[in-house]
Design a protein around this ligand. Structure first.
Ligand SMILES: Nc1ncnc2c1ncn2[C@@H]1O[C@H](COP(=O)(O)OP(=O)(O)OP(=O)(O)O)[C@@H](O)[C@H]1O
Ligand SMILES: [Mg+2]
Length: 568
């Protein structure tokens, strides 16, 4: 029996040079798809899925997640961009461009008969040299310097939202709101910032009407028309307990023989709820926000005492309310535990936003969480702004842990490339070529930025190398990259800045993924059995084993708290 018979018919095997060639082709396809999105002057992409829902984005990770590629190498690359997205929130396109260019360069070297392990070793040396350079050229700053935080937010947000040089422009409203939101939570949280400290809600409308709320915005309405629409000096009860007549969960029989017994039975049932409501009234609460249900009897009683209630609020919203109002979620209502867990807000009110009603819990004292309400005239734009703000917050949350910055516009990559080229000249053997190719891959960043802003690629390349030569024989580093206002390669100042931690993550991930793909010399693919199915919360997707009962970790997180790639 031939050894190939050992592999079943529904399994496909590809080996050796062919595998590398396929992997590199997959990488080239990805690069060609994304490079025109790159940078502040990049283009948008529209993706329309199988049910006709369209996504318009410039966000690398989002676009790559959407295109459902089958090739394993492309999947590895997409996973790498997801990792960068989840870890540092920004730099996904940079990762994909560097990784795919490293693979392209590997193809050229394989054609020169340079062995894969030599390429991998050379790439490792290139990475080490780049990281060393990065540490040498980066500037340590104070994590509390709000001017730096504003500039970092402007660079990150500015690649997705076209910010204007006119400070009055509506577009700058989003930047201002994001920076203010970060400042508020950051200082109230004792100079700590978490990506989910800021709640983002979206509603169709005018961009200029986007607002920051120093509290929490809930996409719900007040339970009853009899309740007030506005409560000042709110004492808020955050509850996780039914305020409704309970039905027995086990099967049971009850024989009631007379109307009087029926009356007494109903009365006793209602009394349990009434007692709980009495506790609420006695403790001076005027807003009840409940994860569970509140029935009509309870709503009427609350309304009678001028108390607002909101039932069936999402668990995540309640966590945000806890952080904003200083209250704690109560699982069992009790006279003893109510006062110490009450939350406060200046105003709680319902307001019509667009066509829907929303609840504002506003004017919280030193809120540890705030909300941003984004308005834009289409769902596609809302989603894009949402992603851009989320990315900015995530990347800033990483910056405050490692407060160090570099200049953007491709100047940082150009300086690293220059150092790697210098190092190459000191190395003997084939690795010298590998290091030179590595430096070319880094230089691709300023060059693609230049290309996307309409510069001639050759001119940009010559200008960049010419300018960088000024850095020879001097200790004072000059940064050269794309000046997007002037649309030319020139010396840059500390205005377009980025967190060093993002650059480190990008380099490590890009080299790791290219190393992995160069090392693969066998792919065995079993014909997949895909099953499209819908989860309880409405997520529809397909994967092998989808016909059997299964659980994804994101099911437990709730839709709002999911990592971005499941949320969008
Ligand atoms: N105003 C600017 N002028 C010049 N270059 C800029 C400017 N703003 C940002 N950049 C550069 O644009 C690049 C980032 O572009 P972009 O945000 O599209 O990609 P990314 O951050 O890698 O991916 P993503 O944001 O989709 O995760 C960085 O190299 C950054 O230095
Ligand atoms: Mg970016």
């Amino acid at each position: 029996m031939s050894h190939t018979k050992l592999i079943p018919n529904d399994t496909q095997r590809t080996s050796g040079k062919e595998v590398r060639s396929y992997n590199i082709h997959a990488a080239q396809l990805i690069k060609s798809l994304i490079e025109s999105c790159y940078g502040p002057l990049g283009n948008e992409k529209i993706y329309i899925d199988i049910i006709g829902e369209s996504t318009c984005t410039k966000d690398g990770a989002t676009f790559l997640r959407k295109i459902d590629v089958q090739h394993p190498a492309a999947k590895v690359l997409i996973d790498a961009t997801n990792t960068v997205d989840n870890e540092v929130g920004d730099g996904t396109l940079t990762t994909a461009i560097i990784a795919t260019t490293l693979l392209e360069k590997a193809q050229e070297m394989l054609a020169m008969d340079i062995y894969p392990s030599t390429i991998v070793n050379g790439y490792d040396k290139g990475l080490q040299c780049s990281l060393e350079t990065l540490r040498n050229i980066a500037r340590k700053v104070s994590s509390k310097d709000m001017a730096i935080i504003e500039k970092l937010a402007r660079t990150c947000l500015g690649t997705k939202v076209r910010l204007s040089s006119d400070p009055q422009s509506e577009l700058n409203n989003i930047l201002e709101i994001t920076v203010n939101a970060i400042n508020t939570v950051y200082s109230n949280n004792n100079y700590l910032l978490e990506a989910d400290d800021i709640k983002i809600e979206e509603k169709i409308g005018n961009l200029g009407e986007s607002i920051l709320i120093d509290g929490v915005l809930i996409d719900k309405s007040i339970d009853s028309d009899l309740m007030p629409r506005f409560v000042k000096n709110a004492r808020i009860l955050l509850l996780d307990e039914d305020l409704q007549t309970r039905t027995t969960k086990t099967e049971s029989q009850l024989s009631i023989n007379s109307p009087e017994h029926m009356y007494l039975f109903r009365k006793e049932e209602n009394n349990i709820t009434r007692d709980k409501i009495q506790i609420i009234i006695d403790s001076g609460i005027n807003v009840v926000i409940n994860r569970k249900g509140i029935d009509l009897v309870a709503q009427d009683l609350l309304a009678k005492f001028g108390i607002i209630s909101v039932k069936r609020v999402k668990e995540n919203d309640l966590h945000w309310l806890e952080k904003a109002t200083g209250g704690n979620l109560i699982k069992e209502l009790d006279v003893g535990n109510i006062q110490s867990n009450v939350g406060y807000a200046k105003n709680v009110y319902e307001k019509k936003i667009g066509t829907d009603k929303m609840i504002f819990v506003e004017g919280c004292n030193n809120p540890k969480t705030v909300s941003i309400l984004i308005r834009a005239n289409s769902k596609m734009m809302l989603d894009e702004y949402h992603r851009a703000i989320q990315s900015t917050i995530t990347s800033l949350s990483r910056f405050v842990q490692h407060p160090s910055i570099v200049i953007g516009g491709g100047s940082c990559e150009a300086l690293m490339a220059q150092q790697v080229r210098k190092r190459a000249n000191t190395i003997e053997g084939m690795e010298q070529i590998v290091l030179l190719k590595f430096s070319e891959a880094l230089e691709e960043i300023p060059l693609i930025l230049a290309k996307n802003s309409g510069l001639n690629l050759m001119d940009a390349f010559i200008q960049l190398r010419l300018n960088l030569s000024q850095n020879f024989n001097t200790n004072k580093v000059k940064w050269f990259g794309l000046d997007s206002d002037e649309r030319k390669i020139s010396q840059l100042d500390w205005d377009i800045i980025e967190p060093t931690i993002v650059k480190e993550q990008v380099l490590n991930t890009a080299v790791e993924v290219s190393r992995l793909l160069i090392n693969i010399d066998d792919i065995i693919i079993k014909k997949p059995l895909m099953n499209t199915h819908t989860h309880e919360d409405g997520t529809e997707h397909s994967h092998a084993g989808g016909d059997k009962k299964h659980d994804h970790y994101f099911d437990r997180l709730g839709k709002q708290q999911r990592p971005q790639h499941h949320y969008y």
